[in-house]
Write a protein that binds this ligand. Structure first.
Ligand code: SF4
Length: 330
């Protein structure tokens, strides 16, 4: 039965909820699990034309965020950061230029949900001006309106990263519908969407993994994939521990098989070889603030450099794209 589901996915036919659940239920390290991973890798190679990408994110600020997502270091209730800290425009520009020089295929600009939108657009404009015109810029911000989506497009962003989180509305204060409306606002403004099934914890049910996988498929993104939750010390969710990279490799492989060839990218975070070998063809480097790090500057801590990410992909036998991201349509 698992073989039939895999064949159906490889043929390009959309899987049903039950079929996706069956793939998630396959025991790790079984022969069937090896088949899932092999088929995922093959599908990623075909969908991404044999190339992997490294995107790189500049975090603009640290602030106790009132949205209070339980898994995030910025959440006010997690009490990791009590002060607001913002990097200067010059620092943001310098970090973005460094990413471009290092060969990132796209540069992401991230802020917490309560960072003023106009300020985000202004800083991003300076970043845009400092980069080569062909360098792809992607926004990772809180939910935004139709008008704000248009402003992001006018600022020079090609796309956005946005997700309906596992536990959305339960571990966060944000309704799922708000996230979905942001997807639509982005699409209407011509911004391409990157998304992901994240942040995966040991407590998540197969049903929730399936539900969120289908949400990413229905959103028609340029990539989906799966990433695990990094425990923030002394928080409730940290009691569930951390999902192993081996299990994440299986989960991201199932997400790959659940999505069609029209979606070229399959991401995972944080970068690791087993995940990339199992079909993840998109990894992230990070600088500045990072919602999974308890250090204010993630470089040299949790955040990996572009070169680190390229090395991980090469260890997983990927050829890495040189030049602007093809996932975001260059
Ligand atoms: S994930 Fe975003 S919205 Fe949620 S607490 Fe962190 S910064 Fe705020």
């Amino acid at each position: 039965m698992v073989r039939d589901i895999i064949n159906k996915s490889s043929d390009g036919t959309a899987l049903t909820k039950e079929e996706i659940a069956s793939l998630f239920r396959v025991p790790l390290f079984s022969e069937e699990s090896a088949m899932v991973i092999a088929a995922s890798r093959k599908k990623s190679e075909a969908a991404g034309r044999g190339l992997a990408e490294v995107h790189a994110q500049v975090g603009l600020n640290i602030a106790p965020c009132p949205k209070n997502c339980a898994f995030c270091a910025f959440a006010a209730r997690n009490k990791v950061f009590r002060e607001k800290v913002e990097i200067s425009v010059d620092e943001a520009v310098q970090k973005a230029q460094q990413f471009e020089t290092d060969g990132a295929n796209a540069v992401f600009v991230m802020s917490t949900a309560d960072y003023p939108f106009e300020k985000f657009a202004d800083v991003s404009q300076e970043i845009r001006k400092s980069l080569r015109p062909e360098t792809i810029l992607v926004a990772n911000v809180g939910d935004f309106s139709k008008e704000q989506a248009k402003k992001l497009k006018d600022t020079g962003f090609s796309g956005v990263y946005h997700a309906v989180r596992l536990g959305e509305g339960r571990d966060t204060t944000i309704p799922v519908e708000t996230r979905l409306q942001t997807f639509r606002n982005a699409g209407e403004a011509g911004l391409l969407l990157g998304t992901c099934v994240e942040p995966v914890g040991n407590e998540h049910s197969i049903e929730e993994l399936v539900e969120k996988t289908i949400i990413t498929r229905d959103a028609k993104p340029v990539y989906s994939g799966s990433a695990r939750r990094i425990p923030i010390p002394d928080t409730i969710l940290a009691e569930h521990g951390i999902v192993s990279e081996a299990k994440m490799a299986h989960i991201l492989a199932v997400v790959r098989l659940a999505l069609g060839y029209d979606i070229p990218g399959n991401c995972t975070h944080e970068p690791n070889v087993i995940g990339a070998a199992a079909g993840a063809n998109l990894l992230w480097a990070e600088a500045g603030s990072n919602p999974r790090d308890t250090d204010a500057e993630t470089e040299g801590k949790r955040g990996m450099t572009v070169k680190d990410c390229i090395r991980v992909l090469e260890e997983a036998e990927w050829k890495v794209l040189k030049g602007p991201s093809k996932f975001y349509g260059a």
